[in-house]
Every structure is written in structure tokens, then in C-alpha cells.
Design a protein around this ligand. Structure first.
Ligand SMILES: *Cc1c(COP(=O)(O)O)cnc(C)c1O
Length: 361
């Protein structure tokens, strides 16, 4: 019998991405705070648009995403021709690696960078490289020092996951300025909506050919299950990515829901305000229980414990109460727990559970 084919180099080095858990045995009222989802759910505007679009599920979707790109361009005051839409920003990250990275090429990102960067880099045959952070904040000098003549892409999530910290505009410009020709800075703005008066680097991408921005509908817009993200950059880059993109990558339902969500500014404003309020409450509660926690610029906080054992004990206790958070061991933060900011009731439940855990230790 003939042997099966071997996969391309790098593919078997990929470690499978683990999504946040969503079930606890014995609990039917689980509070899932492990995947940074919107506690409010999806906007009613998007759910109505999705229901209507589902009626036409026998028809192929359009391939140019014109309606969704127009909505994004209007809201963010961008050039619609420089927008690409993907199956989550994950697909945009993947397309960037496929397009610009090959065997021997390096993909650079910070020490605690998002796991998808390594997965997509390896899938393209490239080599992931990390630069140390300073107290869980990206260090621009360390990033620039790690750049080599093989570096093709530099990923920076700003705000970052799982640390929730962010870099100021001047630091980001310094990073972009310091990169050599032919190296693209990708600013992952998955959490940009949670920062007041922040464009997630879209202005930089507007002005510079070596900066690209990715955004998502999975967090603030509450559409994680539909898988819609987008990217913004130089026309030449958008042209390259569109050649790789599957023409029917986004379904009718996903396109309609995302367009409605983008135009629903009341929903976004409400979620922004509620997140800021509950995030302050959660962080203050953690600190008052003696649990360390950096200021957060996102819709989650990173709680730091005295040891890995203590983090795991707290994680187990929360689970016993039906509360699921994320233990970011795979990010090299074993003494931490990442907790998504919930709604008022969810934050109360989490804080009560944390207090009960503290009281019994
Ligand atoms: C959640 C997240 C994304 C979004 O991924 P989607 O594929 O759009 O759901 C991207 N980057 C980071 C850092 C994230 O945490």
C-alpha cells in the first residue's frame, strides 16, 4: 500500500489553538468569562439582519463585500477600496502570513503575543520569533532589536491580549519608523473599540505603506460566532490578499449581520460605556482582595496571583461556582487568570466568587 503524503514543513509544529471552555459539569447556569465575548450578546439590529439574510441561504453571497465595506468606510472615514473582509481577523492574519512569509522568513511579535500569530506563521512555513516585554508591556526597543533581514511581518495587538496593556501612539510610530524596507507592521485592533478616542492605528495605516490594521466583529460587536473581521492597508497589499482570499469566504448571514452591527452606533456606544464601568469595578474588586492586576485597556483583565498553584486553586474554585475564566498558561503566564469583563450581574457574581475563594484560603 502507498504511504500517505507528508504535510509541508512547519505544519506539524503547530500547536492546536484551545478555545475558552464553555461548560462545567453539574452547572446549567455557567458564566463564561473565558473568551472575551460581549456579555450583552449580539445587537438586535444584527440578529434581525441575520434572520432576514438566512431566508436567502440558497443563494451564493456576493464576493466583493461592497455593502459591508461601505458601512465600515462610512463609520471609520476610510477608503472602502482599501478594506478587506475575512472570516474573523484570524483569516486576515492567516492571509498576511500566506502572502508575505515563506520558509526561512521570520514573524516577530511580543513575548505574550496572541497565539494565532505563531500558528499562521508556521502554517506558511515561517519561523515565529518573540521579543521580551517589560512587566507585561511591549518593549519597542526589544522588538526593534529582534528584527533581522528575514523579518517580514511584525504583529502588535494594541491593546494586547492576554495582558490588556497598550502602547501609546508615539511608541507605535517609533516601531513603524524603525522597521527596515519590506517589513510590514500589523496592528491587531481586536480591542481598539474599548479605548476612548482611539483609531487602532487606522490613521497610521492610512498614511504609511508599511502599516496594516486588522479589526474584528467578535468582541465589541458581539458576533464571535459569525466570524467576521477586516483589514485596512495599502492598496497593493489589499490586492495581494484578495487574490488569496476565497471569493465566498463570508456568508450572506455574516455579511448582513456585520453591516447592521457596524451601523448600530448606539449599541457600540452602550457597550463601550458598560465595559468601562464594569472593568473599573472588577479591577477595584480584585485589588481590594489583594490580587494584582494591571490597568486594562480592553474588555478583560489579567489577574496575577502569588504562584501558579494559587492561580489554579482560584480557577478551580471559580469553576465549582460555575464561573469560567482563562488560565493563560500557553501564553507563558501560569500565575495569572484572564477574566472577561461581564455585565453588572456577571461582575457581581465573579467578585462574590472571588471573595468567597479568598475567605476560605
Ligand atoms: C479575539 C482576538 C482577535 C479576533 O479574532 P477573530 O478571528 O476576529 O474572532 C484577534 N486578535 C486578538 C489579539 C484577539 O484577542
Amino acid at each position: 500500500m502507498q504511504a500517505a503524503p507528508q504535510p509541508q514543513p512547519g505544519i506539524l509544529d503547530i500547536e492546536l489553538y484551545q478555545g475558552g471552555a464553555s461548560k462545567v459539569a453539574g452547572h446549567d447556569d455557567v458564566l463564561k468569562l473565558s473568551s472575551n465575548e460581549n456579555p450583552v450578546g449580539a445587537p438586535e439590529s444584527a440578529r434581525a439582519a441575520a434572520r432576514a439574510a438566512a431566508e436567502a441561504m440558497h443563494l451564493y453571497p456576493n464576493t466583493d463585500h461592497a455593502g459591508l465595506r461601505a458601512a465600515i468606510a462610512e463609520v471609520h472615514e476610510l477608503d472602502a477600496d482599501r478594506i478587506i473582509c475575512g472570516v474573523g481577523s484570524d483569516e486576515i492574519i492567516h492571509l498576511l502570513c500566506q502572502a508575505y512569509v515563506g520558509p526561512g522568513d521570520e514573524v516577530l511579535y511580543p513575548q505574550y503575543g496572541f497565539l494565532m500569530y505563531a500558528i499562521s506563521a508556521r502554517a506558511a512555513g515561517g519561523t515565529p520569533v518573540t521579543a521580551p516585554e517589560r512587566d507585561r508591556i511591549v518593549d519597542v526597543d526589544a522588538m526593534l532589536a529582534a528584527v533581522t533581514d528575514r523579518t517580514r511581518l511584525v504583529f502588535l495587538a494594541n491593546p494586547a491580549n492576554p495582558t490588556a496593556t497598550m502602547l501609546g501612539g508615539q511608541d507605535v510610530v517609533r516601531l513603524a519608523d524603525g522597521l527596515p524596507d519590506g517589513c510590514l507592521l500589523v496592528l491587531d485592533g481586536a480591542y481598539a473599540e474599548f479605548v476612548e478616542d482611539f483609531d487602532g492605528g487606522l490613521g497610521l495605516a492610512e498614511a504609511r505603506e508599511n502599516v496594516f490594521v486588522t479589526r474584528t466583529f467578535s468582541k465589541m460587536y458581539g458576533l464571535g460566532g459569525l466570524r467576521v473581521g477586516w483589514g485596512y492597508g495599502a492598496r497593493a497589499i489589499i490586492d495581494v490578499l484578495n487574490r488569496l482570499r476565497g471569493p465566498f469566504n463570508l456568508s450572506n448571514v455574516a455579511l448582513a449581520a456585520a453591516e447592521a452591527a457596524m451601523r448600530d452606533r448606539d449599541f457600540a456606544d452602550r457597550c463601550f460605556a458598560e465595559n468601562a464601568e464594569q472593568r473599573d469595578r472588577l479591577r477595584a474588586g480584585l485589588l481590594s482582595l489583594g490580587i494584582a492586576c494591571d490597568p486594562s485597556s480592553a474588555n478583560f483583565v489579567l489577574a496575577r496571583f502569588a504562584s501558579e498553584a494559587e492561580a489554579l486553586a482560584c480557577d478551580a474554585f471559580l469553576k465549582s461556582q460555575g464561573v469560567i475564566v482563562r488560565h493563560p498558561r500557553s501564553y507563558g503566564l501560569p500565575d495569572c487568570l484572564r477574566m472577561t469583563v461581564g455585565d453588572v450581574a456577571g461582575t457581581t457574581r465573579l467578585l462574590d466568587a472571588l471573595a468567597a475563594w479568598r475567605a476560605q484560603t
